[in-house]
Design a protein around this ligand. Structure first.
Ligand code: PBG
Length: 343
């Protein structure tokens, strides 16, 4: 066998003992590797974020997110059909609200005919079997790009913002959203939204809490996609989490579960897999991660620079989420990865 094939020059060298256990044995062939794989990726692991914009037959590439575009509702419906055909179970929708519909208080979030609601209704009508997850936060609707309401000092106030978010969530649920995903990081919003969903006839609408969402430098391309980057003054550090913290993430998750979250999310993804693993070890709740825009852009840039092979980078990073304990992952690579896996 191959282990006997010593080069002649090495014949005088002998190990004191040969290994009693050879972990390489099960790695030697493709069939054996497949048989011993501890985790598997499938299209059902992916939630695909889609950016929606006004108009008909409009497709706007996003420069900082190569390969990703904003689509008008009709084209978003076409993307939904492709996703369903590839076995992707759920889409995450984000609106690029037109400038004249943005305001200080983000009231457009409550408009039953806003872009988000139009997209929900059109996709539900055309592709009823795909799930729709909708983001709850005011940043695509405010002129200042913050996720909530500001006081005179520019501080994002908590409780008045929660009232707005409850209205936003009810508006999305009424339009047909399946999973409400609050990404705003206000205290108490999961309980308030859960209670409102129950009392307003949406008992079966799920909540996936962005439970541990960090104040991250990886959100830049997303903010381009929803046109909030240029509007945003300052940062989101007084509500999103400090990247230094991990125990605090467990407290956030515990609160969101107690308040009625059906599942929790960690965001960003790859730099925070330690948080995923800790959450998974501490709670019996489905954990999702968001491989965010800056991570996507980083992988695309690495592949374009020749640092690695794109498809392999994509699948390896997605497998890392499964290994860390994720039930699924929000990723801009969802359709591409699903098609790779479908062969
Ligand atoms: C809005 C929101 C953000 C993302 C998802 N929802 C940006 C932010 O918090 O500033 C980022 C997603 C991504 O970068 O892909 N609350």
């Amino acid at each position: 066998g191959p282990e006997q094939a010593y080069p002649a020059a090495m014949s005088h060298i002998h190990a004191a003992a040969y290994p009693a256990l050879r972990l390489r044995r099960t790695r030697a062939t493709g069939w054996s590797r497949a048989m011993h794989a501890e985790n598997r990726l499938s299209p059902a692991d992916f939630i695909w974020p889609l950016f929606v914009t006004e108009g008909r037959d409009v497709s706007e590439p996003i420069a900082s997110l190569p390969g990703v575009s904003r689509w008008s509702v009709d084209l978003a419906v076409a993307r939904a059909r492709e996703a369903a055909a590839a076995g992707i179970p759920c889409l995450a929708l984000f609106p690029n609200t037109q400038a004249d519909r943005r305001s200080d208080d983000g009231a457009e979030a409550l408009n039953p005919d806003n872009l988000m609601c139009q997209a929900i209704r059109a996709i539900k009508d055309a592709v009823p079997d795909i799930g729709l997850l909708t983001d709850v936060a005011l940043d695509p609707y405010t002129v200042h790009g913050q996720d909530g309401l500001l006081d005179e000092a520019g501080y994002v106030v908590n409780d008045a913002t929660v009232d707005m978010l409850v209205g936003q969530a009810l508006n999305q649920a009424a339009a047909g959203a399946d999973i409400i995903a609050p990404s705003d990081m206000m205290d108490g919003r999961i309980g308030a939204i859960r209670e409102a969903l129950e009392t307003e006839g949406h008992a079966n609408v799920q909540i996936m809490a962005y439970a541990a969402k960090y104040a991250s430098a990886f959100y830049g391309p997303f903010r381009d996609a929803v046109s909030s980057r240029g509007l945003l003054k300052g940062d989101k550090k007084n509500y999103q989490m400090d990247p230094a913290n991990s125990d605090e993430a467990l407290r956030e998750v515990a609160l969101d579960i107690a308040e009625g979250a059906d599942s929790v999310m960690v965001k960003p993804g790859l730099p925070y897999l330690d948080i995923v693993a800790r959450v998974k070890a501490n709670f019996n709740v489905p954990v999702f991660a968001y491989q965010v825009s800056g991570e996507y852009a980083m992988i695309e840039a690495a592949a374009a620079a020749g640092a690695g092979e794109r498809d392999a980078l994509v699948l390896e990073t997605l497998m890392a989420f499964k290994r860390a304990g994720c039930a699924g992952v929000l990723t801009y690579h969802a359709l591409h990865a699903a098609r790779l896996l479908n062969g």
